[in-house]
Design a protein around this ligand. Structure first.
Ligand code: HXC
Length: 258
């Protein structure tokens, strides 16, 4: 399949997806998000892919949903199509590890897309924001919910009500991003993190991701219970046997994804 709005490069077992609408600061048009969803379907089905990095350009990860596309939509247009459900949310059901590598603007839907990834590595040039209120709407792809869970109510309210941008340092301080790196090392660092993950057992990485994500969906007791059961189930895998045997034998494990 060819993509008009995305670039795909394989780095070993890591797929690097670049959002590629530079003329619009990677504004997330319906065509782009449909392509991203289709590409994620293909990468999920491909056993040679262990992890995904999503990035944009130096100037913008993505400056939001495409305002030019949205501006004349009616209530019925967005309600009946349930804008944004299907294509945007594909990332949240993607079972392989995903990293957002953010330089420049990650605004509105761009910030929301980054937050749908498992974690965010930010360049020191990154700027995050939910400026929807400044154009007469509110975040619609999880911004009021994920941002609040990630950085707390006070900061989320500040961002969503004032529409201000947060720089990379503030984003790191408040836990929105996991790592802050010099802009010229962003892709290298994100690929290295993804490569590190790709050396792990793929099914165990899926379980780890599933368990962490459950923390956002349930009570502590239920989450701990879910974690415990998944932890137990790792003992049914060949990779747990191999991992622990390799430790005891002082060698590197050779995981077989089984
Ligand atoms: C469509 C956009 C766009 C967007 C930028 N562009 N953001 N087009 N949708 N979200 C286009 C501009 O119109 C312009 O096209 C070109 O990209 C370059 O942008 P400039 O504004 O000229 O660049 P600059 O002056 O550097 O300002 C950068 C910026 C600004 C601060 C990021 O572009 C900006 O404020 N963008 C909108 C940010 C925003 O409000 N995002 C939230 C969208 S709503 P032309 O043709 O003029 O050269 C949203 C809701 C999600 O995301 C809800 C779930 C779906």
């Amino acid at each position: 399949m060819t993509y008009q709005n995305l670039l795909l490069e394989m780095h070993g077992k890591v797929a690097l997806i670049t959002l590629n609408r530079p003329q619009a600061l990677n504004a997330l048009s319906p065509e782009l998000t449909a392509e991203l969803s289709a590409l994620l379907d293909a990468l999920e089905a491909d056993d040679s892919v262990a992890a995904v990095v999503i990035t944009g350009s130096e100037k913008a990860f993505a400056a939001g949903a495409d305002i030019k596309a949205m501006k004349d939509w009616s209530y019925m247009d967005v309600y009946k199509s349930d804008f944004i459900t299907a294509s945007w949310e594909r990332l949240t059901t993607f079972r392989k590890p995903s990293i957002a590598a953010v330089a420049g603007y990650a605004l509105g839907g761009g910030c929301e897309l980054a937050m749908m990834c498992d974690f965010i590595i930010a360049a020191d040039t990154a700027k995050f924001g939910q400026p929807e209120i400044t154009i007469g709407t509110i975040p619609g792809a999880g911004g009021t919910q994920r941002l609040t869970r990630f950085i707390g109510k006070s900061k989320a309210m500040d961002m969503v009500l004032t529409g201000r941008m947060m720089d990379a340092q503030e984003a790191e301080r408040c836990g929105l991003v996991s790592r802050l790196v010099p802009a010229d090392r962003l892709i290298e660092e994100a690929l290295a993190a993804a490569e590190k993950i790709s050396q792990m057992s793929a099914p165990i990485a899926m379980m780890a991701k599933d368990a962490v994500n459950r923390a956002f969906e349930t009570t502590l007791a239920e989450g701990i219970h879910f974690e415990r059961r998944l932890f137990h189930s790792t003992f049914a895998t060949e990779d747990q046997k191999e991992g622990m045997a390799a430790f005891v034998e002082k060698r590197k494990p050779s995981f077989r994804n089984r």
